[in-house]
Design a protein around this ligand. Structure first.
Ligand SMILES: *[C@@H]1O[C@H](CO)[C@@H](O)[C@H](O)[C@H]1NC(C)=O
Ligand SMILES: *[C@@H]1O[C@H](CO)[C@@H](O)[C@H](O)[C@H]1NC(C)=O
Ligand SMILES: *[C@@H]1O[C@H](CO)[C@@H](O)[C@H](O)[C@H]1NC(C)=O
Ligand SMILES: *[C@@H]1O[C@H](CO)[C@@H](O)[C@H](O)[C@H]1NC(C)=O
Ligand SMILES: *[C@@H]1O[C@H](CO)[C@@H](O)[C@H](O)[C@H]1NC(C)=O
Ligand SMILES: *[C@@H]1O[C@H](CO)[C@@H](O)[C@H](O)[C@H]1NC(C)=O
Ligand SMILES: *[C@@H]1O[C@H](CO)[C@@H](O)[C@H](O)[C@H]1NC(C)=O
Ligand SMILES: *[C@@H]1O[C@H](CO)[C@@H](O)[C@H](O)[C@H]1NC(C)=O
Ligand SMILES: *[C@@H]1O[C@H](CO)[C@@H](O)[C@H](O)[C@H]1NC(C)=O
Ligand SMILES: *[C@@H]1O[C@H](CO)[C@@H](O)[C@H](O)[C@H]1NC(C)=O
Length: 482
């Protein structure tokens, strides 16, 4: 039949050929999409390729047999279909002599069976399903990986088992699906995973919100792994768990129980995106310093108390660094190597001093958040050229700053400066000279009782009714007119 040619006269003809009349497949529905740009004359084989897309959806079915009765005989079997069955009772898929997928007589490319309360399948339910590349069994009641079913789908690339009741992942669970590329088992109750569970070609693993205390050597041989999402588990140790050599570029382990960065982490220098917030990390131990590709690093909500000069030594591509909500007293010169940094969050720490020399030369820095620390003074020195020309937002609210000491000089691009809730007694215009782009200055909740006459000329109250307040104890928003 390969040479059989016919002409497609646009979507209408395509629809009658491939998406039968609505009532014939009721209560299921069908949508047909033909990607534009293809030639008008096509072979059957080319039509069966990716140019066309047929999506069938069946909801609220009372049995799988009902799906079979609706669809059987209504689709030719050389087209690959996308089938979704949800909010249905499919108990017959578990019965001996039940109605199974082979009874549909269609060839399925993607199968979405999420949200059906399925707890098991008969081993033969998925017989002859060897064209399936994507299988979604999320949000059902499975207590184990349906290994026997997967054996019928040797071409499976993507599998979602999220939101089930699986507790263990065993060594034989994914046998037979060697091309598996992406596995989602998030939102289960997994507390055990055996060493050789995952197929060697795995690239993406989502195993967030489970009860894992360890990866138990299950990842270390997966050299093609690119992503691991394992937030909200109870993992306390990662030492030796990640593959070497590694292609891992996105690692998400937020909300776990890590206390340190593993010593062998330097092998993971392919990492670009690392999220470790909400752990119990108290020490970086210099183990991030070789991350030459990293551009996003979130270490917020941990237990860090200080940084060392070389903590980010080779992190030259880092653009966003989140260190907020730790207990950091001293950042030393740790930030100086960050030549491409755009955003640094250091709010809610325990810094008592901050020197502009600690961000010296970070000419790409746009946002620095230092609010809610205990900073009394921003140290700066006019002899040095700090090149903070891009800095746009500086938040120093809720500190203990007594005086500005001219540290704002040189921050020529600053547009938002928050100095509220400090101990400032005086603000003179000379402090703000050169800040031509300043659009928002918040000096509310300080001890300012006088503003020099010249500053009054240039500074306009955002809310005129508050003008009086500025001369007593609390100042409100002030808008700088340039
Ligand atoms: C398609 O259906 C025909 C006739 O029902 C059958 O002979 C053939 O084997 C089927 N092909 C596939 C790929 O299932
Ligand atoms: C699945 O179970 C839940 C809870 O028992 C129920 O509310 C829901 O209607 C069930 N869904 C189906 C498709 O049976
Ligand atoms: C299943 O079907 C076979 C053949 O049709 C029959 O011999 C067998 O008794 C059936 N089993 C059950 C449990 O119904
Ligand atoms: C799978 O089906 C569920 C339930 O109908 C739906 O919410 C989800 O978007 C579907 N997923 C895909 C990838 O089509
Ligand atoms: C670790 O794997 C071994 C076998 O590979 C298994 O016996 C043990 O239960 C697993 N432990 C955890 C916590 O996963
Ligand atoms: C998994 O963790 C959740 C939340 O911490 C807990 O409620 C549940 O009992 C745990 N389940 C198992 C099997 O340990
Ligand atoms: C990492 O995981 C957290 C928690 O599940 C999530 O909020 C965040 O979006 C994830 N990050 C990425 C890049 O997916
Ligand atoms: C400070 O930097 C600017 C711009 O890069 C440069 O023109 C100027 O010469 C530098 N000043 C000193 C004292 O190095
Ligand atoms: C101020 O910011 C603009 C826009 O981001 C930038 O083009 C300019 O170079 C910056 N000025 C300095 C002195 O860096
Ligand atoms: C300045 O910071 C304080 C405290 O975080 C906040 O309430 C206020 O809204 C900020 N001001 C501006 C103008 O954003």
């Amino acid at each position: 039949m390969a040479g059989f040619l016919y002409t497609l006269l646009g979507i209408t003809v395509g629809t009658t050929l491939n998406c039968v009349q609505r009532e014939q497949i009721s209560p299921c529905t069908c949508t047909y999409t033909l990607n534009s740009g293809g030639s008008q004359e096509q072979t059957a084989a080319s039509i069966a390729s990716t140019a066309q897309k047929i999506d069938i959806a069946c909801e609220k079915m009372t049995s799988f047999n009902q799906v079979v009765n609706a669809l059987r005989g209504n689709f030719n079997n050389y087209t690959r279909l996308n089938l979704r069955i949800s909010h249905s009772s499919l108990d017959d898929l578990a019965h001996v002599n039940g109605t199974y997928f082979k009874d549909l007589g269609i060839s399925i490319r993607t199968l979405n069976m999420s949200l059906n309360n399925i707890s098991s399948f008969h081993p033969d339910a998925f017989e002859y399903m060897d064209s399936v590349a994507y299988l979604n069994l999320a949000n059902n009641l499975l207590t184990t990986v349906p290994t026997d079913s997967l054996l019928h789908m040797p071409r499976l690339k993507t599998l979602s088992l999220g939101g089930n009741k699986i507790q263990e992942l065993r060594e034989t669970d994914f046998k037979g699906v060697n091309d598996l590329y992406s596995v989602v088992v998030s939102d289960n109750e997994i507390f055990r995973v055996d060493q050789n569970t995952f197929p060697a070609n795995l690239r993406r693993l989502a195993i967030a919100r489970n009860n894992l205390t360890t990866f138990n050597d299950s990842l270390k041989n997966l050299h093609k792994l690119e992503w691991v999402f394992a937030s909200y588990n109870d993992i306390s140790d990662l030492e030796g768990e990640l593959p070497v050599p590694s292609r891992l570029w996105n690692l998400n382990l937020t909300h776990n129980l890590l206390t340190t960065i593993p010593d062998d982490f330097y092998h993971q220098s392919s990492l670009e995106h690392l999220e470790l917030h909400h752990n119990k990390i108290y020490n970086l131990g210099g183990n991030l310093k070789k991350f030459r590709k990293i551009d996003y690093l979130d270490l917020s909500h941990n237990k860090l108390t200080s940084l060392d000069d070389d903590d980010f030594l080779e992190c030259e591509k880092l653009e966003q660094l989140f260190l907020d909500n730790n207990m950091i007293i001293d950042i030393k010169n740790a930030l100086l190597p960050l030549k491409r940094i755009i955003r640094i969050h250091l709010q809610y720490n325990s810094l008592t001093k901050f020197s502009l020399s600690q961000v010296k030369g970070l000419s790409t820095l746009r946002e620095l958040d230092l609010k809610n620390n205990r900073i009394e003074r921003i140290i700066s020195s006019i002899e040095e050229n700090y090149t903070l020309g891009h800095l746009k937002e500086l938040n120093l609210a809720h500190n203990e700053i007594l005086t500005l000491d001219g540290f704002l000089h040189g921050l020529t691009n600053l547009s938002k400066l928050n100095l509220s809730h400090n101990q400032l007694c005086h603000l003179s215009l000379s402090e703000l000279v050169g800040l031509d782009k300043l659009a928002l200055l918040d000096i509310s909740y300080n001890q300012i009782s006088t503003l020099s006459a010249t500053s009054l000329v240039k500074i306009k109250m955002l809310e005129p009714s508050r003008r009086h307040a500025c001369f007593t104890c609390t100042c409100y928003y002030i808008l700088w007119e340039s």
